[in-house]
Design a protein around this ligand. Sequence first.
Ligand code: ADP
Length: 297
Amino acid sequence: MQISIENLNKVYPNGNWALKDINLEIPSGMFGLLGPNGAGKSTLMRILVTLMKPSSGKVTVNHLDLMKNRREIRSMLGYLPQDFRFFAKLKTWEFLDYTARLAGMKNRSQRNQAVDRMLEEVGLFEARDRNANRLSGGMKRRLGIAQALINDPKIIIVDEPTTGLDPEERIRFRNLLSTISTRDVIIILSTHIVGDISSTCENMALLNRGKLAFAGSPEQLVKEAEGHVWLIKATEREYLEINEKFPVISTIPAESGWEIQVVADSINGYYGHPIEPNLEHAYVYFMENKLNQWTTA
Ligand code: ADP
């Protein structure tokens, strides 16, 4: 599977320029789309799931033009929106059966099989007779992924994957997506939480204010931040000054003052040393330093 995005622009009728000349290749596997609120992630997702037309540019899925083959591409899509909700009072299996019918699975015994297999896969088989709207947050999220996967989609789009999940459910949900990503599918995780990306995505893109700020592997992003993350050993007197001067990542009390992690090209005048960046550091580096140069251009 391959999605190619070429010179994509979206300007809303009120003049908001939500996507600015995006060029991006999305291969099979898990793909993270990271960016702060307002970056343009939802706009891009809405275009990819064919709910909205771009202002200009082109998207192809395995060489099929997205705008010209909407019906065919829709049949390849599974979508888990951020605010996945269900209103009907249905048992868990009934809900999934209902979404399978919506997806066009007409044959009843095939549908029953697919529903049972899906319930097993997301770990909800035991809960199949429980009312779907009584499930826990994590279970609802898993039911959400089950409904997105029921028609065996080739492209799975998950918006804000771990919102509202506790740490254990978060890990479970991520592992579930990782397992699915070993098939020949594309899973796009759209998120503003760095932790959603780090452990699972082979490739990622960083969006900010409608522009593509980075595309590559999380490791490459981290590499670009090398030498730009510092640990400063600060005195009480320096503490406020440093908070004003640099983007601060963390502050820990130390023996005679503070240990402050900052993003900076250099820390002239302060006592400290560069540290090995992680993805969160790299994200701050891109947002605070690199991007400021680009977005003001
Ligand atoms: P994200 O999902 O990363 O938070 P969005 O795609 O929702 O970003 O928004 C990108 C930009 O487009 C923001 O400036 C937002 O205010 C604007 N925007 C989003 N939806 C609309 C809309 N329907 N009409 C006008 N502007 C919009």
